[in-house]
Design a binder for this molecule. Structure first.
Ligand code: BGC
Length: 716
């Protein structure tokens, strides 16, 4: 018998349920702490997995209890939310997605895994694959934005990065694709609210990233807290068991979200804990995180005949198999051994700086205000986010401590050692107190240039951080107005850097300022990354991966909207539009300027006709007509003109990046495999329908900025 089968044969029910239980060690907490002190339960084999524990010392100590003092000596599986770095934080996923570079996406996940594993961890609860089209929803920051294709590409890269090529390696983490599935479209953007979307949207938008993660070999998957049309995902047999396990062939571990099994009672689908536990087990949930529903509920469920022992054994088998794949049986302390030298950490921070700078999105740059001209005698760095190292972490900071983060003020001072760099907060992030504005204005009067740092606090996005008014909080609009008006009057260059975990509804700010950078939350090297871009050492190249609404009334707003029978026409009242707002977003998906100026020309598509086995070669010439070397991201969209099911106006099918010096022209080439032109027919099965497909190429999801050609799709 194999090690796993021998173990299962010798386990008591309590020991089996211990392997299906994950409990918090109180490092970070996102819900009620139920378990209390776990030491005794680890020894007795009644807790087999932990979350939220960090550091080789503590990890070694608890692991020792399991492998030396418990009867069966089964190692613990220990996990943490390593979302965008562990101790050295990288930009939040929403920011990093806008770099459109799978190699970098994978590289930062690899570094995060190396660092997390050196701290004794074997699992991360990432990547988050939820496609979000509603910026009110705070968790938008944890994903790759509004586009399904991007979520597919980035999710797979993250899985590869976290897990490496061998899960048993001392620097590999088991990844966890979450939250399965369709958590983002919560009603009205309100966290944890009910979800009700069409089967088509589920299959076209929300399921593909999970299918891709399974193909990339993801070790674990976490169901969402939410229900889908009345069935909570934690108990969703049709999607978890039939689709995920049955259709994609996922054989890994399904771990519940925090206390989610107990919350089946709140959803109103279980009358007591044994029923809740039975529902989750039937659906295929292997590990119960923080609800203690399996430990306390399954013994009763067994007595009642609601579940069978072989279902429990199956879940135990999957958990033990994961521990075996992670090499935990062979070397339970393997991940605590790696020593990270200062040189390794410095290299990681250099990567964080590079990725941080690349993720900044230059939304506006009238009169080439940026980069600021250097040398510079004086600079005023103003605003509540200017000297806020802790905020630079963004939500889910894992083990990243505030002191390890470079604020904008510190970054600018380091970059301008000979200049006088002054600072005033003006207002705080959220208060209405405006008494600090005059002091900030005095600095505007004295400085040559002004950098205004505004936005959200890190805790205003992430879990349980929905906002009904996702604009500038507190009195920041008043500060912005005062500073921008004064700087304009004095003719001084002034740029705004906006920190946030979502696009903000800031049309007035956009009108008032000449230069605006969406910095999201750039991570540990934030200030240096901002300095690199603001002072022109790096040309910005980040793109927004989510449309910026002008107002909450436009939400949901996204580029892959379907057509209308009455497309917007300003001359015709009875067409699809608002009386009081343009239809168009403030900034479209893909928007982001560089310090170059790129002209697209000569779009070539070949062959002219393609069948489902073929591939379309897309070529376009790019000329940098600007004065600086810059990197441009080219987006490729398609639009199926006539189909049996109305197709999105723009569907992202490819992207590429190219760096070009001023005055140079180069050709970008990329292949779009024909299966990307398939869609789900009326019965939701994939079809490749003959007919004309438009291919549109350019920088952002705005038809006027795209070159278009056509290709014929044909059968046979
Ligand atoms: C979140 C998950 C997270 C878990 C563990 C929950 O509240 O929804 O995304 O992985 O906590 O920290």
């Amino acid at each position: 018998m194999s090690r796993i089968e021998t173990l299962i044969a010798s386990m008591t029910l309590a020991e089996k349920l211990g392997q299906l239980t994950m409990t918090a060690a109180s490092f970070t907490v996102t819900g009620p702490v139920i378990a209390g002190d776990s030491t005794g339960s680890i020894r007795s084999g009644e807790i087999g997995n932990l979350l939220n524990m960090v550091g080789p010392g503590p990890v070694r100590a608890v692991q020792r209890l399991a492998v030396e003092e418990s009867r069966l000596k089964i190692p613990l599986l220990i996990g943490l939310d390593i979302i965008h770095g562990h101790r050295s934080l990288f930009p939040v996923p929403l920011a990093e997605a806008g770099i459109f570079d799978p190699v970098l996406w994978e590289a930062t996940a690899r570094e995060a895994a190396i660092e997390g594993a050196a701290d004794g961890l074997a699992m991360t609860f990432a990547p988050m694959l939820d496609v979000s089209r509603d910026p009110r929803w705070g968790r938008t920051v944890e994903g790759s934005g509004e586009d399904a294709f991007l979520a597919v590409e980035m999710g797979a890269a993250k899985v590869r990065g976290f897990q490496g090529t061998n899960l048993a390696a001392a620097d590999a983490l088991a990844a966890c694709a979450k939250h399965f599935v369709a958590y983002a479209p919560v009603t009205a953007g309100r966290e944890y609210a009910s979800v009700d979307i069409s089967e088509r949207t589920l299959h076209e938008v929300h399921l593909p990233p999970f299918e891709a993660a399974v193909r990339a070999g993801v070790a674990t998957i976490m169901p969402a807290f939410t229900d889908l049309a009345g069935i909570p995902m934690t108990a969703h047999t049709a999607l978890l068991r039939d689709w995920l396990r049955g259709r994609t062939g996922f054989e890994g571990v399904i771990v519940s979200d925090y206390n989610a099994i107990r919350e089946l009672l709140n959803h109103g689908v279980a009358a007591d804990l044994p029923e809740a536990a039975a529902l989750a087990l039937h659906a295929g949930v292997d590990i119960d995180m923080m609800a203690d529903a399996y430990r306390h509920g399954l013994p009763i469920a067994l007595e009642r005949g609601l579940v069978a022992m072989d279902q429990i054994d199956m879940a135990v088998r999957r958990v033990l198999r994961l521990k075996e794949q992670l090499g935990l049986f062979d070397d339970p302390y393997g991940r605590c051994r790696t020593h990270e030298s200062d040189a390794i950490i410095a290299r990681r921070r250099a990567l964080a700086r590079k990725v941080g700078a690349q993720s900044l999105v230059l939304l506006k740059n009238d009169h080439d205000v940026l980069p600021f001209r250097t040398p510079m005698k004086s600079l005023a760095v103003i605003g509540p986010l200017a000297d806020a190292p802790g905020e630079m972490r963004g939500p889910w900071p894992a083990a990243g401590v505030a002191e390890n983060h470079v604020s904008v003020l510190a970054g600018m001072r380091a970059a301008l050692p000979d200049a006088k760099v002054t600072h005033a907060v003006g207002v705080s992030i959220e208060d209405d107190d405006t008494s600090g504005i005059p002091a900030a204005m005095a600095l505007v009067d004295q400085a040559d240039s002004i950098l205004l740092c505004l936005g959200e606090a890190a805790v205003m996005s992430g879990e349980a951080s929905s906002r009904a008014h996702p604009g500038l909080p507190g009195a920041q609009a008043a500060l912005a107005s005062a500073v921008l008006t004064r700087a304009h009057f004095l003719g001084k260059p002034c740029a705004v850097v906006l920190f946030s975990g979502r696009p903000l509804t800031v049309p007035e700010l956009v009108d008032q300022c000449e230069a605006l950078i969406a910095a999201w939350f750039p991570g540990c090297e934030a200030g240096n990354a901002v300095a690199d871009v603001v002072l022109g050492k790096v040309s910005p190249s980040g793109r927004t991966v989510i449309s910026w609404p002008r107002s909450v009334g436009q939400i949901p707003i996204f580029h892959s909207e379907r057509r209308s029978g009455r497309p917007a026409n300003p001359a015709d009242r009875f067409t699809s539009k608002y009386l009081d707002s343009p239809n168009e977003p403030l900034f479209a998906f893909g928007h982001g300027l560089t310090y170059g100026r790129f002209r697209y020309s000569n779009l070539r598509l070949s062959p002219q006709a393609v069948n489902v086995h073929g591939s379309i070669q897309v070529q376009v010439d790019l000329t940098n007509e600007g004065g600086r070397t810059a990197c441009e991201t080219v987006l490729v969209f398609t639009h199926d003109v006539v189909a049996t099911v109305s197709r999105p106006l723009l569907q992202l099918v490819g992207f590429a990046r190219l760096e070009l010096p001023p005055g140079k022209t180069a050709t970008v080439s990329l292949a779009v495999p024909a299966p990307r032109l398939q869609f789900l027919g009326a019965d939701l099965s994939p079809v490749f329908e003959p007919g004309v497909v438009e291919v549109l190429v350019g920088p952002r999801a705005n038809r006027a900025d795209l070159l278009a050609g056509t290709v014929l799709m044909q059968t046979g």
